[in-house]
Design a protein around this ligand. Structure first.
Ligand SMILES: Cc1cc2nc3c(=O)[nH]c(=O)nc-3n(C[C@H](O)[C@H](O)[C@H](O)COP(=O)(O)OP(=O)(O)OC[C@H]3O[C@@H](n4cnc5c(N)ncnc54)[C@H](O)[C@@H]3O)c2cc1C
Ligand code: SF4
Length: 328
């Protein structure tokens, strides 16, 4: 690990000033950042501890929605009685991630900003356009089992590895960001993470000095909420494919289908056309296949991860069958 300065921010403005420099970085739970610093993937000159800023509250909003502070831990969010009753997809997604010890430290803001688990990204001896722009992408013709089949570019095929944000995408949650200039802005979770394009080093829309202050969940909607994560082990493993679903029936037809997918792209994947195929239709294997055709119309594998395309199809069908009570 390289030497660095450690500063503790005692107010939002102070944090903004400290993190505005290019070589400064906020630290919350530290469960991702410290690992990457030990590997010399992240080399901040100044580490800005934001844990004294508050932003830990989880509370009701006047419109019936909820506010989850940026420094609320993943455990606090997942066990909150209202999250469990009104947003079970979120509780389930968080509990599908990492381990109890990690969830006790991991925060909302840090979870949203966690970095890819691409092997080339975390190995400084390997080429990686995300870590070192212009050095190439080792994964495209290399080890790509965890990598993207949707929305990738010739520069980077990494995936966003998290679970919580996939559920937040299905819920259409909003991220509140405080800028270094003192202003705040709200960005839908669906637009918070970026596709790699020609700038794969930019994971999300944050600029230097920006801090996430929290996430707003919209008022709860009717329907079954499910999160299914397919992975190599039943714990301590990242999603090969995951599906967050909020599905409501009206009689024998589907009235609502809010879906988001993890493990398939550089961001939680939300494609409104998948839901549109389902709404107003009777659930069944043919319909689920048509929805998968839409989801995967531009999918492309890179050898090792070709299996993700049929896996995503089967996982979507299984989740829709469970949500609608259909036997496949
Ligand atoms: C072994 C292991 C297994 C894991 N498995 C899973 C898994 O299955 N699913 C899953 O979803 N996650 C998994 N994780 C990742 C874990 O969820 C993240 O490490 C954690 O959520 C990061 O939160 P943190 O508060 O510790 O972030 P930190 O490590 O403190 O920070 C991470 C990044 O976020 C930035 N940041 C933090 N807070 C803010 C803020 N408020 N505003 C702006 N930027 C901010 C930091 O600058 C840094 O860049 C795993 C981690 C480990 C170590
Ligand atoms: S996939 Fe992205 S993160 Fe992985 S080596 Fe290529 S550029 Fe780097």
């Amino acid at each position: 690990m390289r030497p660095f300065d450690y500063q503790r921010a005692d107010s939002r403005d102070h944090a903004g000033q400290l993190t505005a420099g290019e070589h400064a970085q906020a630290i919350a739970g530290g469960t991702n950042l410290l690992d990457l610093m030990k590997l010399q993937v992240e080399t901040p000159q100044t580490l800005v501890d934001i844990n004294r800023l508050g932003h830990r509250e989880i509370e009701d909003r006047d419109d019936g929605g909820m506010w989850i502070g940026a420094l609320a831990t993943n455990t606090e969010t997942a066990v909150h009685p209202r999250v469990r009753s009104d947003y079970p997809v979120l509780a389930r997604a968080i509990l599908a991630g990492a381990t109890q010890q990690l969830r006790n430290r991991a925060t909302t803001g840090g979870n949203l900003c966690q970095r890819t688990r691409c092997y080339y990204f975390t190995n400084i001896d390997q080429p990686c356009n995300k870590r070192e722009p212009g050095s190439g992408c080792g994964a495209i013709e290399g080890i790509a089992k965890l990598h993207a089949v949707l929305g990738a570019s010739s520069q980077c095929i990494a995936t966003y590895p998290g679970d919580m944000a996939v559920a937040m995408s299905a819920l259409d949650a909003q991220v509140e960001i405080a800028g270094a200039d003192g202003g705040t802005r709200t960005v839908p979770v669906r637009d918070f993470h970026r596709l790699p394009g020609d700038t794969p080093w930019k994971d999300n829309v944050l600029e230097p000095g920006d801090l996430i202050t929290g996430v707003t969940l919209p008022p709860p909607v009717k329907g079954r909420q499910l999160y299914r994560k397919v992975r190599e082990r039943s714990s301590y493993a990242f999603a090969l494919c995951s599906v967050a679903a909020i599905v409501a029936m009206d009689g024998d037809t589907i009235a609502r289908a809010d879906l988001a997918f993890g493990g398939l792209a550089h961001k939680p994947w939300h494609d409104p056309e998948v839901g549109q195929v389902l709404i107003g239709q009777k659930p069944g294997a043919d319909l689920f296949n048509r929805a998968a055709d839409v989801l995967l119309r531009d999918a492309r594998g890179y050898g090792e991860n070709d299996f993700k395309i049929p896996l995503a199809r089967r996982t979507l069908a299984a989740v829709l069958a469970e949500a609608t009570g259909v036997e496949l």
